[in-house]
Design a protein around this ligand. Structure first.
Ligand code: ADP
Length: 266
């Protein structure tokens, strides 16, 4: 709480009173605090790969270059770290465009069954590598919905890539579209992976929050996938929710308004 006093002056009589303004600054402080945390996180996330790149280039300079095999290994580490920084900066730019409403939605009539089949196809190689079986199921009557295809593809890519990252070899992933009510559609990405404990669930959509930082980094994660997904879904007027049971699996449900061409929801 901030308190400011302004004296009231009367002609000839000096100060005759005061106006006290009580201002609730808790919201402002919270915002300021989360901005500071965000900047600290970004700096840290960029510093880690940069430090690695620096030490590997120094090692190359100090003689590792003469050992062809070693040099190749070091160059590959440098390439991986650079790619991670590019992913991070791309995600940050995307988030900042979403935050400032500079990513206007380009809704187009989209076939939901086709969209889900295509996301499963995009990840079929990665799933096969981990012997993960996947199924796509679309309830009867769900066909076309107006949505920004590129942005929703990004949401689905983030969810399916998480499902693969956090599911052990031999697991299962289901992508299901259903109609919870006549005016919305729900898309669920369900895995049989490692799950998330109850204490982490409430923070899972926070920027840079990861249950296991080292694991996420090793998998190439930026810690921004779910935050980006949430912003895109919000921009569509929808909601995103995550349910999880440790060692059993995770289900992420995206609910979107089932807008149809011509304005009506079918
Ligand atoms: P990351 O790039 O680290 O995957 P996300 O924002 O996509 O970042 O996810 C945040 C964290 O949520 C992850 O680091 C992971 O700990 C947890 N998480 C997300 N999806 C799943 C999932 N399907 N199963 C288990 N944990 C998950």
């Amino acid at each position: 709480m901030r308190v400011t006093f302004t004296p009231i002056h009367r002609r000839d009589k000096g100060i005759s009173g005061a106006i006290a303004v009580l201002q609730d600054v808790t919201e402002q402080e919270k915002l300021e605090q989360s901005r500071r945390e965000f900047v600290a996180n970004v700096s840290h996330e960029l510093r880690t790969p940069l430090t690695t790149i620096k030490s590997y280039t120094e090692a190359l300079d100090d003689g590792a270059m003469d050992d062809r095999e070693l040099a190749q290994r070091f160059v590959s580490v440098i390439r991986n770290e650079t790619e991670r920084m590019i992913r991070l900066v791309t995600d940050l730019l995307h988030l900042s465009r979403l935050d400032s409403n500079q990513a206007p939605l380009r809704r187009q009539s989209t076939s939901v069954p086709e969209m889900l089949e295509e996301v499963a196809d995009r990840f079929s190689f990665q799933m096969r590598k981990k012997s993960i079986r996947s199924t796509v199921r679309v309830e009867d009557g769900i066909k076309h919905v107006l949505l920004d295809r590129d942005q929703i593809d990004q949401v689905l890519d983030n969810l399916v890539s998480n499902a693969i990252k956090y599911t052990l070899d031999g697991g299962r992933i289901e992508i299901v579209a259903s109609r919870p009510d006549p005016s919305s559609i729900a898309i669920r990405v369900k895995d049989t992976g490692i799950g998330i404990s109850r204490k982490d669930l409430s923070r899972i959509f926070d920027r840079f929050y990861r249950v296991d930082k080292a694991r996420s980094r090793n998998m190439g994660g930026t810690g921004l996938g779910l935050s980006i997904a949430r912003e895109i879904v919000k921009a569509h007027g929808g909601t995103i929710a995550l349910d999880s049971e440790p060692n059993e699996g995770t289900t992420v449900t995206v609910t979107l308004p089932a807008l149809q061409e011509g304005g009506a929801a079918s």
